[in-house]
Design a binder for this molecule. Structure first.
Ligand code: DC
Length: 239
């Protein structure tokens, strides 16, 4: 991980950047680039839900049975470690980074994340990880629930068709799925993430909204960097 910081305004020790938004909006790229630019740790909370979903699938626990999922959570440890590109994700010490991005785990992660008990457990873990600050945390509820006092909150959004096409392009030429399938899957996940009763995906009232529908990811990164730099320039009083 690069620890290059902005020389003019190094981030305050407890600085927290929250990046929220739906799948495919570019959160991971933006979070990673902000972390590099400002010398912060990048934490991908979606990977934690994915890792727990993988464990539940392996244990063959029905994803609708909260009692079973809660019992499983009670005996599960999840850790995120910074990596060059994405975080390394460890479940009970096993590195599952390469096993959590397939469609089955993606769907399961969205399902287990609707349960308040599972969310409360994850939120506690995430608050512990970010307790000393110096982090860019990325997810769905970071600015609303995990770190409501975050120094910078960015809500990144884009039209579902655009997000779906970005995901489709990431799959590469060997993929057999059609763009419509990717967009359909993404819409179903959006629906679940936005409509769950406990901490649904929504922008915090004080978040800066970036709609990346007509922007390149580089343009989004430049915009996000400017937002953070402006906050840091006015942040000397909390140093
Ligand atoms: O960001 P992602 O696609 O890796 O997230 C996977 C799922 O985890 C997503 O469908 C919703 C859930 N999630 C969540 O509910 N809260 C978060 N802070 C992060 C992810």
């Amino acid at each position: 991980m690069s620890l290059e910081a902005s020389p003019a305004h190094p981030p305050p020790r407890k600085f927290v950047i929250a990046i929220d938004g739906p799948a495919g909006a570019g959160k991971s790229t933006v979070a990673r680039r902000l972390a590099r630019r400002f010398g912060l740790l990048n934490l991908e909370t979606g990977a934690m839900y994915r890792a727990f979903a993988l464990k539940a699938l392996r244990a063959e626990i029905p994803l609708t049975e909260i009692a079973g999922l809660e019992a499983l959570a009670a005996e599960t440890s999840i850790n995120l470690e910074p990596g060059n590109e994405e975080n390394r994700v460890l479940v009970d010490g096993e590195d599952v980074t390469g096993l959590i991005r397939n469609p089955t785990v993606t769907d399961a992660a969205s399902r287990v994340s609707v349960f308040p008990a599972i969310r409360a457990w994850m939120v506690r873990l995430q608050q512990d990880m970010g307790a000393y600050g110096g982090v860019v945390m990325e997810g769905r509820d970071i600015g609303t629930v995990v770190f409501p006092d975050a120094d910078v909150k960015i809500f990144l959004d884009a039209a579902p068709e655009v997000r779906g096409m970005r995901r489709f392009d990431q799959l590469g030429p060997k993929s057999v799925v059609q763009p419509e399938e990717v967009i359909g899957e993404l819409r179903a996940r959006d629906e679940r993430d936005r409509n769950r009763t406990d901490s649904p995906l929504k922008a915090a009232p004080d978040a800066v909204l970036i709609d990346s529908t007509r922007m390149t990811l580089d343009e989004v990164v430049v915009t996000a960097e400017a937002i953070v730099a402006a906050r840091l320039a006015g942040a000397t009083s909390i140093l």
